[in-house]
Every structure is written in structure tokens, then in C-alpha cells.
Design a protein around this ligand. Structure first.
Ligand code: AHG
Ligand code: MN
Ligand code: MN
Length: 310
């Protein structure tokens, strides 16, 4: 028992010297994730009867997960503004001071449409210093995700102090299971994204090259498990490209791409839109989308080479 407490999330944040406000945000998302975890395993899997900014039908679980995380972030008293995939505008918390503090962008339940067929889903969070949640990804001071799979795991990086994984144990504690995670420089799996019939020629060329080179296709339809596998197992490349139907791709910059790019880059990987680093993209809209090529450094460099061949 004592060993567990020593290896707990809060002790790790303090040992890493993470500023109390930033540490409390990461810790409170961990607390919220336990309630999300419980709701998903016991609660209503049906539609909420509402839709979000993207015109996507919201599941009761999307709305509930959003409420739980929003309340815990407000509870810290250190978060002033948030952007959520499930909210149509930036939310301001009155409790937090009007200066300093943090701003948070999050996707409360990414891949939520997979829950009713019992596939893994996740929560994704980006954290910025100050009052503005619409900042370029390179200005993040922390990011994390929670993966609700056969085990519930939490991966965070804050203030550039390494990427670390915690696993929820039977006592309800997140206990350190991997520290200072490094992604392989090159891997063997690829996640193509999108519909093949909608591919642009350059993305088709890249996918064909990877198939001919013997890469194994791994694509669950859940961004968090797909990235987690590449980050923790053998490296590789996750893609969600620009397509004929969606020239900016599908995934959103503020609460899906920026946090994952921060984590994968901090672990020694890379993330681009095919030309420019995701973290360097100007983030100006809460519903801004971008194509993404993210994972092992060698595969991202290969992708940029093939995508930009004349
Ligand atoms: P969300 O459920 O938050 O809308 O996100 C789902 C995303 C992401 O999890 C995944 O990578 C992608 O949708 C899969 O899209 P396709 O079904 O078009 O492959
Ligand atoms: Mn999502
Ligand atoms: Mn979502």
C-alpha cells in the first residue's frame, strides 16, 4: 500500500516539481476520468438528443463526460477558460482569478461512438499558461490523455519533464507504470485514416509505399488507442489526411492534434500536417482542423518526403 502511494500521480507531479496549479489540473482530470470510466461501464450508451458544434449527434456519455471534466477543472480554481469538443464556444469560469492561471482544451470522450461495441476510447487534454485557450501548440505547458481500455491508463507530460504512464489500480489510484517514455525512431505499423476512395494522390502514394515496405496496418477508429500503441509499443505512423471530401482532414487542432503532438514530440517523435510541424501551426479557431502525420521520427520524415515529391 505505502509503495503504491509513493508511486501515485500526485507524488510524481510533486517529485517532478510541477507548479501546484498545473499539477492540480492534471490530477483533477485523473479524478474526473474515474467517474467517466464508471459511467461508460455502467451508464446509458444512447443519444443525448443534442448535437455539437460539428453537427455530430452527442451521446449521453459525451455530455456526461464533458460535465464531469468541466466541473473538476472549475474546482481547481486555477482554470479561467476552456475549449471542449462538446461546447460550441469558449467557457469562462468565474471562480478563477482574472490573471495568471491556465487555459485548457479537451476532448472529453474521443471515439465515443466505439463504446457501444466495447472498443477503447479516450480523454485528451491540452494545457496553456494564461487566460487564452486558443494558443499555438508550441505554447502548451502540459498535455495528457486517459485511455479507457482493458486497463485505464493516464499518460502526461508537463513542463517538458518527460512522458509518463500511470495505471488505475483496484484501490482507485493511478500508479506509475512507465517513466520517461521514448518512442522508437522507426516502427512497423501504420494507421492510414480516412476513406481510401477519398485519398489525394500523394497520400495514396504514401500508403502504397508503406504497404509495399511491409508495415502492418493497425487502425481501431480511436485516436487515443491508435496513438498509444505507436507511442508505447513499436513505433510507426498515424495519419488522418486531407481528403477530397475534407481538405483540412478530420481531427481538430486545439483538443486532439496539439496535445498528442506535444506528447509524441516530448517522447522523441514528430507530428506534421505534411509540411509543417503541428505545434507550429497558428491555432485561431476552436473548430480548426488539420491533416496529421504523427509518430516515429523516421516515418514522419518519410511521409513529408513522399507527400511533397514533385
Ligand atoms: P470523436 O469521437 O471525438 O469525434 O473523434 C473520433 C476521431 C478519432 O478518434 C479517430 O481517429 C477518427 O475520428 C476516426 O475517424 P474515421 O471514423 O473517419 O476513421
Ligand atoms: Mn475527438
Ligand atoms: Mn469526442
Amino acid at each position: 500500500m505505502y509503495k503504491h502511494v509513493k508511486r501515485g500521480l500526485w507524488n510524481h507531479l510533486m517529485k517532478n516539481g510541477i507548479e501546484m496549479g498545473l499539477a492540480s489540473i492534471i490530477y483533477e482530470v485523473g479524478v474526473a476520468s474515474k467517474y467517466v470510466n464508471h459511467a461508460m461501464r455502467t451508464g446509458d450508451l444512447g443519444l443525448a438528443g443534442t448535437s455539437n458544434l460539428y453537427g455530430e449527434d452527442q451521446l449521453a456519455l459525451d455530455v456526461l463526460a464533458d460535465e464531469i471534466i468541466k466541473d473538476r477543472l472549475d474546482h481547481t480554481g486555477r482554470v479561467r477558460r476552456i475549449i471542449s469538443e462538446e461546447q460550441s464556444e469558449i467557457i469562462i469560469f468565474d471562480r478563477a482569478r482574472r490573471s495568471g492561471g491556465y487555459a485548457v482544451c479537451y476532448d472529453p470522450l474521443d471515439g465515443s461512438s466505439l463504446v457501444d461495441v466495447n472498443l477503447s476510447v479516450g480523454t485528451i487534454v491540452a494545457i496553456y499558461a494564461g487566460q487564452d485557450p486558443l494558443q499555438d501548440g508550441c505554447r502548451q505547458v502540459g498535455a495528457m490523455y486517459v485511455l479507457y481500455g482493458p486497463r485505464t491508463t493516464l499518460v502526461y507530460c508537463a513542463a517538458g519533464t518527460g512522458v509518463h504512464e500511470f495505471t488505475l489500480n483496484s484501490l482507485g489510484e493511478f500508479v506509475l507504470t512507465r517513466e520517461n517514455i521514448r518512442i522508437r525512431p522507426s516502427g512497423k505499423i501504420f494507421s492510414p485514416g480516412g476513406l481510401r476512395s477519398d485519398y489525394l494522390p500523394e497520400h495514396e502514394n504514401l500508403v502504397r509505399h508503406l504497404e509495399k515496405s511491409g508495415y502492418k496496418l493497425r487502425y481501431s477508429g480511436g485516436f487515443v488507442p491508435d496513438i498509444n500503441q505507436i507511442l508505447l509499443k513499436g513505433g510507426g505512423l498515424f495519419m488522418y489526411p486531407a481528403t477530397t471530401r475534407a481538405p483540412s482532414g478530420k481531427l481538430r487542432l486545439p483538443f486532439e492534434l496539439n496535445p498528442m503532438a506535444y506528447l509524441v514530440t516530448a517522447a522523441g517523435g514528430a507530428a506534421t500536417n505534411g509540411r509543417q510541424a503541428i505545434l507550429d501551426l497558428e491555432c485561431h479557431d476552436l473548430d480548426q482542423r488539420s491533416p496529421i502525420y504523427i509518430g516515429s521520427r523516421e516515418e514522419v520524415e518519410l511521409a513529408e518526403k513522399i507527400l511533397n515529391q514533385q
